[in-house]
Write a protein that binds this ligand. Structure first.
Ligand code: 5GP
Ligand code: MG
Length: 185
């Protein structure tokens, strides 16, 4: 792993641990959607945080699928207090009658996933499920349904494998905890 960047406290999940879990999630999803047609199954990645997770997961799926993306407002203190989520870029494809799987990096308060589930349900998909890599159960404010979960983690700010802090550390190959002095201002 070499020398850790100065702002990194410790590595929570290393590359092999992530790869094993992503492979297991892909196997489970492939089994659950067996026999599906490409045009009927869409993975919707939530930008930017999920792009690496989605790339790894999608390449391990053994069922045909499409890939689409949606971008939401980045994490803000105001969002945490009010649960307000802002839509930056919508998906391209029509969801009606299709099986949709939301692919999200991390579940914190739950407001983001709750917003997405409401938004997508209104578009009348054939089914709507969610696959989330990380969850901080202690932080939950709203009860949301997660169908496939990678790991439960403690209440620390994590970066790497798609996750950032102020647009830094996003492409670290592992998931690490940031030193509290970096994110607690
Ligand atoms: P929620 O709406 O569940 O509170 O927050 C979900 C979003 O907050 C995630 O999609 C992510 O963008 C951001 N987030 C929450 N915790 C972390 C974290 O530890 N690290 C990073 N990089 N983003 C986080
Ligand atoms: Mg996110």
């Amino acid at each position: 792993m070499g020398v850790l960047p100065d702002s990194i406290d410790y590595v929570l999940l290393d590359e092999p641990a992530i790869a094993r879990r992503v492979a297991a999630l892909a196997a489970q999803i492939s089994a659950d959607y067996r026999g599906i047609r490409n045009e009927d199954f869409t993975l919707v990645g939530v930008l930017k945080g999920s792009f690496i997770f989605l790339a790894d997961l999608a390449r391990r799926l053994e069922v045909p699928h499409r890939v689409d993306f949606i971008a939401l407002s980045s994490y803000a203190e105001k969002a945490e207090a009010t649960g307000s989520v802002r839509l930056i870029m919508d998906t391209r494809a029509d969801m009606a009658g299709r099986h949709i799987l939301i692919v999200e990096d991390i579940l914190d308060t739950g407001y983001t996933l709750d917003y997405l589930q409401r938004l997508f349900m209104a578009r009348q998909p054939a089914s709507l499920k969610s696959c989330v890599l990380l969850s901080k159960p202690e932080r939950r404010r709203v009860d949301v349904k997660v169908d496939y979960l990678g790991f439960e983690i403690p209440d620390v700010w994590v970066v790497g494998y798609g996750l950032d802090f102020a647009d830094r550390f996003r492409t670290l190959p592992y998931i690490a905890a940031l030193k509290p002095r970096v994110y607690r201002k």
